[in-house]
Design a protein around this ligand. Sequence first.
Ligand code: SAM
Length: 277
Amino acid sequence: MTLLGAAQIRELAEELGIKPAKSLGQNFVIDANVCRKIVRIAGVTSSDVALEIGPGLGSLTLALLEEAKSVIAVEIDERLATRLPQTVETHNQSTAAFRVIHQDALQLQSLPESPTVLVANLPYNVSVPVLLRMLEIFPTLKSGVVMVQAEVADRLAAKPGTKEYGIPSVKAAWWADLGGAGSISRSVFWPVPGVDSKLVSFTRHQPLGDEELRKKVFILIDAAFAQRRKMLRSALSSIYGSSGAAEEVLNKAGIDPTLRGESLLVNDFCTIARLGF
Ligand code: SAM
């Protein structure tokens, strides 16, 4: 199958009258090798139902269709969503294995088939909420690779004690083990973005707890990182009513109340949450 190159991307955009919108993070990949590389890193196989958020003009979609059993693409821009089936057909690929849904991924509730792998060049302004939402609402998603702004990739894959470690790192770690999977040159995009890009891969791990626990853990995470410089006993005081009460719970959990949120693993937040509030 032939994939899309720079010339085809520009032609398609012209045909559709698309001026890439910064507000929708529309930077299209014009390098077929990069698309194949992303699919390879994701380890997509012929038994996978791949979910792609933001297929755009179809660069990565066509590479996914070479390997996956089926591809479900969710695109917010109606012109792009409407044109995709034709692009898939033109590139000698049966449309049987391909479905496109015209929707904001953040509003997505369900899909026609349970996805097993997420592979996407995510719209950068909503990359973290989109990733967290997909992990939350599709428990069948076992793994994936997403391309995001370099700084966001560093935050998602960060380990405790680093300056990159924060809310995205701990919330994503509730669902999965994440790691950096390489940098992507700015020159593979049209238009060339003003930021660097990196790949992040993830593998879902065993659930750390039920939905009730997750909600509590996420409330604790938000509070712990709301003011990064605060010690936990003071950062969590609004949840427990006072810093004294927060200190008591932290002591019970075996966690030093003078630590900051940036020192805690997601499992530590689970230990605190299990003590209730
Ligand atoms: N996958 C294509 C590629 O690699 O060339 C396009 C990637 S581009 C970075 C992001 C795409 O996400 C655009 O097509 C944009 O219209 C779409 N998009 C932006 N916000 C979205 C949202 N909330 N839900 C679904 N798609 C969105």
